[in-house]
Design a protein around this ligand. Structure first.
Ligand code: 6PG
Length: 255
């Protein structure tokens, strides 16, 4: 099945359109089940979206019914400038009436990152009470190398089939110690939004959207929900034709 790619002129337009769609997904989940499980991404790209959800879209969301989780976290204190929790708190959560009991950051205070991963998995199991998490909406970014969350090329975490959350050591990035949802935990989501902006993402994006890439090389290619939808919100820089031979058709906006 061809990927659902929505091309916008720039990162701001991408964020506005993704925010509009986020409002729709969250409201539908709350209408259907009384709550929504939303997974936030780290990195830079989602910041604009978070700011929009905290401002022009704020009143359109049933915050009291939204539960917030993270797809990954750098293993640093919550107040560290590198923390994904801190970024989301400053850009979004400090500005919306989401109950503190609905906000579930990945813990980074354990002496062992593996214990922290197991603790977060227990938090998720307690929330879902099912054999796998079924997040209503997972927001993800894409690294220049095709990583997503903290699932990096060649990582042993890519082979994980039973745990929902694992600790990863990635020497090539700062900080190297991370927590991440695993592919099976992400893949059971009802909806996944990738937010991809900038020409540094073009190569990885084209390889992934071509549908033939090995997800050990491009981990984001491993996000293939059997019963969910994936929408790629990309800007024109990331979607630009690439020399891999992938045609621009694969990038053609669907709406
Ligand atoms: C993180 C993210 C990571 C990010 C990508 C893209 O903790 O940094 O989870 O996977 O989404 O690296 O980052 P940008 O949006 O900053 O390009």
């Amino acid at each position: 099945m061809k990927p659902d790619v929505r091309v916008s002129s720039d990162a701001h337009e991408l964020s506005v359109r993704a925010a509009e769609a986020t409002v729709g997904v969250i409201n539908e989940a709350v209408r259907a089940t009384g709550r929504c499980s939303l997974v936030l991404s780290g990195g830079h790209t989602p910041k604009t979206l978070y700011g929009l959800l905290a401002s022009q879209f704020r009143e359109r969301l049933p915050w009291e019914h939204v539960h917030v989780f993270w797809g990954d976290e750098r293993y640093v204190p919550a107040g560290d400038p590198q923390s994904n929790y801190r970024m989301a708190k400053e850009a979004l959560l400090d500005h919306v009436p989401c109950p503190v009991t609905n906000i579930h950051p990945m813990p980074t205070h354990f002496t062992s990152a593996d214990l922290a991963a197991r603790d977060y998995e227990a938090t998720l199991r307690n929330h879902f009470l099912t054999d796998w998490p079924r997040f209503d909406l997972v927001l993800l970014g894409l690294g220049d190398d095709g990583h997503t969350a903290s699932l990096f090329p060649g990582s042993p975490a890519l082979a994980e089939r039973t745990r929902w959350v694992v600790a990863v050591q990635q020497p090539a990035v700062k900080p190297p110690l991370r927590l991440t949802l695993t592919l099976p935990a992400i893949t059971r989501a009802a909806t996944v939004f990738f937010l991809v902006a900038g020409s540094t993402k073009t190569s990885a994006l084209h390889h992934i959207l071509a549908g033939t890439s090995d997800w050990h090389v491009y981990p984001a290619a491993g996000v293939r929900p059997e019963q969910g939808q994936v929408i790629w919100w990309v800007d024109s820089d990331a979607a630009a034709p690439h020399t891999t031979g992938a045609t621009h058709d694969e990038m053609r906006s669907r709406d």
